[in-house]
Design a protein around this ligand. Sequence first.
Ligand code: C2E
Ligand code: MG
Ligand code: MG
Length: 469
Amino acid sequence: MSSRSLMMILPSLAALMRSRRLPWQGAEAAGEAGASEPQALVDQAARIDPLTGLGNRLALEEAVATGESVGALLLLNLDRFRFVNATMGNRAGDELLVQLSDRLQTCFSAAGDVFRLGDDDFAMLVRGRPSKGKIEDLCDTVRALFAKPFPLTLGEFWINASIGVAPAEPRERDLAALVSRALTALHKAKAVPGTVHVLYSPTLMTEADALSELQSRLASALENGELYLEYQPILSLKTGVIATFEALLRWNLPEEGEVAPERFIHLAESTGLIVPIGRWVLQTACREAMDWPDSVGVAVNIAGDQLRDPNFLGHVEACLRETGLAPHRLTVELTESIFSVDPDVVSASLGVLRQLGVQVALDDFGRGFSSIHYLRSFSLDNLQIDRSFTKEMGEAGHDGRTAELLQRLESTLDLATTIEGVETDAQFEQARALGASAVQGFLISRPMAARDVPLMLAGRGREKRRRKA
Ligand code: C2E
Ligand code: MG
Ligand code: MG
């Protein structure tokens, strides 16, 4: 990944790197001797972010230029912050930024300084020569700030952040190089769900090259016939039967074999390749589901870019028409990348899908974006509760969180809930006790080929009849 494309990801950080004036080439410090008082105030204001009161990017440049030793640079970017502004309003967004800057300052005051570079981009400059362990400790402290909700006027709000860290070279003053390394690490952190930090290392550059190689192979995977689907059942707890199978994308490279979904699905989503691939997934899933009993539906994961595609709704209709699949047998599962789409576009598309009779589910709910506020603006049939909740089920002190979440969802939003990632009998029993509508997980079955679905259903039917007899 070139530093040029990294710049495109985070514009305000890119602006910092593009800054023409090199900080160590005679920056005029605020309040310099001889400056008049009003001028000093103007200079000071030019270095302060008015919303949070933190130093801005000019202040960061100057801080690096002072000659005091710089130990490391941490760059922090919130996940899906744009969506917060779009759905909850700019005031809520501002409130969140102010609370975050207070938290950052409190936890960082002894180690260095915090800056806001613009939007939801923050930088933390660590002073001195911290050891790698000390830098890791600082990152852990910053990550812990996101383990608690932000108490906004509209209600409690959870959000994740990605953190890229670049330890400085001894006496490093080249801010552009330091930012570039921290951005490479941040880009890597962005690819991992949840609040994570990544420390820069030269191997990250090699990984970035390998990723662009994988990307060019993915671009031709569809026409080379390397993609296929597997299906994983979702068991209804209301009826005790398997109501739906979720289509999961797989990639088999002729020489290397299977590519792990976590290696290529995010790549497809972040490069836009998911649009043509997703069209193929929808078409294939509708066609393959036609070989199953009429009572069984198919769920297809849909990424944000697909919803943004003006041809998407027409394509759904065409798939249903051409394959003959009844609309109520299709569920569209919206993955987390829909949070990057204009909420008005999402709402309008979901309205049309539901009018067609297609079911709409929100996937991986609770993975970092647990505010239920924005759910009101989308019309949904089902919420898939993320695996991280299931993992906690059965752990002392955590049951309450899941139970409360489910209860709030049912009572306020009247939504059916599917608990994902059920692996043990204990989790299954608990999902049932909590009143979830359905469960999915390795306990029920691992994903399988389309042709095995009727066999599995027949096997379960026989098993049920035997137990009754
Ligand atoms: P998802 O939609 O939440 O799909 C469920 C994922 O959880 C699948 O991983 C499945 O194999 C895994 N899983 C199911 N039960 C268990 C369990 O009991 N334990 C554990 N540890 N894992 C379980 P997979 O196949 O790796 O897919 C990962 C994600 O990739 C999916 O998460 C979905 O967000 C995305 N994805 C898959 N296919 C497509 C696609 O066609 N289009 C798009 N846009 N995204 C897709
Ligand atoms: Mg899914
Ligand atoms: Mg899911």
